[in-house]
Design a protein around this ligand. Structure first.
Ligand SMILES: C[S@@+](CC[C@H](N)C(=O)[O-])C[C@H]1O[C@@H](n2cnc3c(N)ncnc32)[C@H](O)[C@@H]1O
Length: 461
């Protein structure tokens, strides 16, 4: 997958060879030689990357493979961008073009696209008309390329004319390639997607309406962290997938909390290291979304659990899902889900709490004063606010952090350790992890600890 580094074992594989020679512009595929004059540069089948002798050697290695071995090699070579191995394999086993994994229906094109191997993508589409299919989760190769910020692949897929693509086609979670592109924060990726014919304004406007009814929402229950006592979290498809953040004047329509953001998995792991803190204390999670950190705190231990955990959010659908997740984890005795609006004090809990937690809550500058006022208005003096966010790409985050640091002299800031980025799913399914939490392995997360001073004296509320 795109988030994994190429393993050294791929160099030892039966078909892997050192690629040292480039043969310039040579176009080897028969299909290309007849069509190449008509093709633009972007539509040319990539030439051999190895010498002719090396390619012959590859062909003879491929001869020895069974079909099953060839299928395994095919997926690996697409994943790691071994374009000439892919070429030799499909020459000997043409049926590989239609191969997909039985468990999740991923194809070679998914693998090459996710990992940014544009030459393999071109070989598959231009040379062999590889099907452009959805996998089991409804993701097209373009979803994966966009999610991973693979600008060259997105550019090729959105400009080629062989396979029809739709940048607004939604996966099972209501996310289109365009949504994934926005999440990747890669300007070039978003630009290519928006320039495609399928991203017409008319269609963009209608996408939200299509999944406007709750019964349309795809859902998935994830099992996290501890195989003996897994944390169970239901995630739903975001509504208005191409503008899930909604407009600043309608924050109640922000449906981003229906999805699990990777920062919440990071903070949950961090909070699991602080189990000594919670016994008989009150904890408030702000903008809980699916409630991963708050529920991780609540479910961590049966003997030392907090007195009360408040899971809160503004969007009504998100709060309903929080209630569902509370019941799923059987912690309704001391965990509540409520609708809380940072801009409306009447919706805040009646007590000041001992601990505040939050993940990925600032993504627009306008949220900074709101969140600040909530922190100072809901946390006891001497209490601590634990916060996690990615190190880049969040508008207003620097301002918020600066403000909190200036008011909390005991602040701490640490880069999340590598183990917090590990696959949190108890089934250890890397494909599922990649599909749902791409940012977990590609982003750097910062752990912030803001202890409020013991008295209010010099602080503004
Ligand atoms: C990007 S999501 C993060 C959700 C969750 N913390 C996570 O990491 O998965 C931001 C959350 O903040 C909530 N939010 C935004 N503005 C809010 C407001 N004014 N009051 C309460 N919650 C708000 C949204 O509804 C959403 O659930």
């Amino acid at each position: 997958m795109g988030k994994k580094s190429k393993s050294s074992s791929s160099k030892e594989k039966k078909c892997s060879i050192d690629k040292t020679d480039d043969v310039g512009d040579e176009v080897v595929d028969a299909a290309s030689s007849s069509n190449s004059k008509k093709m633009t540069m972007n539509e040319q089948i990539p030439p051999l990357e190895v010498s002719n002798e090396e390619y012959e050697e590859l062909q003879s290695q491929v001869e020895d493979l069974s079909l099953h071995e060839a299928e395994m090699e095919w997926m690996e070579s697409c994943r790691y961008g071994d374009v000439d191995v892919v070429r030799a394999l499909v020459e000997k086993f043409p049926s590989l073009i239609h191969y997909c994994t039985t468990d999740n229906k991923n194809t070679g094109l998914h693998m090459a696209s996710a990992n940014g191997h544009v030459s393999v993508v071109k070989l598959l589409i231009l040379g062999h008309h590889h099907p452009y299919s959805k996998n089991l989760a409804g993701n097209t190769p373009l979803h994966w390329a966009a999610a991973n910020g693979q600008a060259d692949v997105v550019d090729f897929l959105t400009t080629q004319t062989i396979v029809p693509i739709d940048v607004l086609a939604q996966n099972e979670f209501g996310r289109s390639a365009l949504t994934e592109g926005f999440t990747s924060q890669k300007e070039q990726v978003v630009k290519s997607l928006l320039e495609h014919d399928s991203a017409t304004e008319e269609k963009l406007l209608s996408t939200g309406k299509e999944i406007d009814h709750p019964t349309d929402l795809a859902e998935h229950v994830h099992h996290f962290f501890n195989p003996q006592t897994p944390l169970k979290i239901r995630e739903l498809a975001m509504k208005n997938a191409d503008n899930p953040f909604a407009d600043t004047d309608r924050p109640d329509q922000d449906t981003t909390g229906l999805s699990i953001w990777s920062a919440s998995l990071v903070i949950a792991r961090w909070m699991q290291t602080k189990q000594d803190l919670w016994k008989d204390k009150s904890v408030l999670e702000l903008g809980s979304g699916c409630g991963v950190p708050g529920l991780a705190i609540a479910a961590a231990t049966t003997t030392c659990h907090p007195r009360h955990v408040y899971l809160t959010d503004l969007n009504p659908e998100t709060v309903k899902n929080l209630q569902y997740n509370i019941e799923l984890n059987q912690v309704q005795d001391f965990v509540t889900a409520t609708c809380m609006d940072w801009s409306d004090q009447t919706t805040w809990p009646n007590e000041r709490v001992d601990y505040l937690v939050g993940s990925d809550l600032i993504y627009q500058k306008s949220l900074v004063p709101l969140l600040s006022s909530v922190v100072w208005g809901t946390l006891k003096m001497g209490g601590t606010f634990f916060y996690v966010a990615p190190d880049t790409g969040r508008d207003g985050l620097d301002l918020f952090v600066q403000e909190m640091k200036s008011k909390c002299p005991g602040w701490k800031e640490t880069v999340a350790p590598q183990e917090y980025h590990a696959n949190p799913l108890i089934n250890e399914d890397d494909e599922e992890c990649f599909l749902h939490f791409q940012e977990l392995s590609s982003f750097t997360y910062i752990l912030y600890e803001f202890p409020l001073p013991p008295t209010l004296e010099t602080k503004k509320v």
